[in-house]
Design a protein around this ligand. Structure first.
Ligand SMILES: NC(=O)c1ccc[n+]([C@@H]2O[C@H](COP(=O)([O-])OP(=O)(O)OC[C@H]3O[C@@H](n4cnc5c(N)ncnc54)[C@H](O)[C@@H]3O)[C@@H](O)[C@H]2O)c1
Length: 385
């Protein structure tokens, strides 16, 4: 019999993230066998009985629920994993915290800054374990970037720039509302590309380069009306289809961020670059196992951008996977975050980003939207450490 202590998971939402997280729970103990805790897929919840039944069978959940309240209040669940649209995060998380469940919550933390603040208040009061799935931090090349920056190799930082470009909403015939398409419905999503895509870029940026102090943004909604799937009627589109902002970081560097779902040819082009006095780093999600590094300290005759394939056992997380030279994928970032969450149960340390960290990202997103509306600079009041 296993010596592991079981953590009984209740997962809510059977869509894209429901699948990514379920894969992570199923793989965790195979690849991180030394963890003291082990996930058990106790129950899964979605509103459609037919769908949740099929999902439970496919991913090996012991049983099902169709109302999230039932899963949150079960005595045989230790941790709630929230994989539902943004407008549901706060209510579920607050109920889960009040029921003394650990919480793993998808990003963005909430639909609005007010909800995010309430969630943090409850989490702080109850002191329960929590993490928010800003999973890109745990792509090995991105974690390596963090280690290089923290070692001081870049020296003083001058610039940070990030893009997150897609092209899947360009058709005016695409409706808003419903599975996946809730992203186009302001009531469900809270914002458009800012909360959906730039939130990832902002989390990574603050993790790598410190707090964002103030922002100046422009947003655009290219298609003003779409049919809503629930009413069947044409309704105003309230989300930002594209957003560009610039900012000051607390460390004095300048930031430039762009996201859109109207960049024809780009599916998920998340890139970032950071320029320091001594060196620079670049990363591209489409070539996620590589980190580009330029070191001005190199001998001038061989100086140039190096392309580091991050697959060696002494590079972050890679000792858990294959042999050097063999790459891993998107799904591994979720397994890594889960491994860190389970490790945090052993050490008692926080598994970052926590709700408190994600609140800071939410503050930046919120001020980006406000800045675009008011056409003015906005302070973010981010408290980053
Ligand atoms: N970390 C990442 O990279 C990443 C990627 C995609 C999505 N997300 C986030 O994950 C969350 C879910 O996104 P998704 O792409 O999986 O969406 P999705 O539309 O694919 O799936 C959402 C699921 O939630 C279910 N659901 C909706 N309301 C519910 C309710 N009240 N009770 C129970 N189930 C309910 C839906 O039936 C569906 O199964 C969002 O907050 C999104 O921002 C994060």
């Amino acid at each position: 019999m296993s010596e592991h202590k079981e953590i009984r998971i209740g997962l809510i939402g059977c869509g894209f993230m429901g699948r990514s997280h379920s894969n992570a729970y199923n793989r965790l103990s195979n690849f991180f066998p030394d963890l003291k805790f082990k996930p058990v897929l106790k129950a899964v919840c979605s509103r459609s009985l037919e769908k949740v039944k099929a999902f439970a069978e496919q991913w090996d959940y012991e049983n099902i629920e169709t109302d999230w309240r039932s899963i949150v209040n079960r005595n045989d669940i230790d941790a709630i994993d929230i994989c539902t649209p943004n407008d549901t995060h706060a209510e579920i998380a607050i109920a889960a915290a009040e029921a003394s469940k650990m919480i793993l919550c998808e990003k963005p933390l909430a639909h609005s800054i007010e909800e995010a603040e309430k969630m943090v208040e409850v989490i702080e009061k109850t002191g329960i374990k929590n993490t928010v799935w800003y999973n890109y931090r745990r792509i090995p090349a991105v974690t390596l970037a963090k280690n290089i920056i923290d070692s001081g190799k870049l020296g003083k930082i001058f610039h940070y720039r990030a893009n997150f470009l897609q092209d899947w909403t360009m058709s005016p015939d695409l409706p808003q509302g419903g599975e996946g398409l809730w992203r186009l419905d302001i009531d469900a999503a809270g914002s458009g590309v800012t909360g959906d895509l730039l939130a990832h870029c902002i989390d990574t940026a603050m993790w790598l380069n410190g707090g964002i102090k103030d922002v100046s943004a422009v947003t655009e909604t290219f298609i003003k009306e779409r049919v809503h799937q629930s009413s069947g009627k044409m309704q105003k589109v309230g989300i930002d289809d594209a957003c560009i902002f610039h900012c000051h970081f607390d460390n004095g560097s300048l930031g430039l961020f762009e996201s859109t779902r109207y960049a024809r040819g780009h599916k998920a082009l998340y890139t970032f670059e950071i320029n320091g006095e001594k060196a620079s780093i670049k990363w591209d999600l489409h070539d996620m196992n590589r980190l580009e590094f330029f070191d001005h300290g190199d001998d001038s005759i061989v100086r140039g951008w190096r392309s580091i394939l991050v697959t060696d056992a002494d590079q972050p997380f890679m000792d858990k996977w294959w042999v050097p030279g063999l790459i891993i994928g998107y799904e591994h970032s979720f397994i890594h975050q889960l491994a860190d969450f389970f490790t945090s149960l052993e050490t008692g340390e926080a598994c970052r980003p926590t709700f408190m960290d994600a609140l800071q990202t939410q503050k930046v997103c919120s001020e980006v939207i406000e800045s675009a509306k008011s056409r003015s600079w906005k302070n973010t009041n981010v408290d980053w450490n």
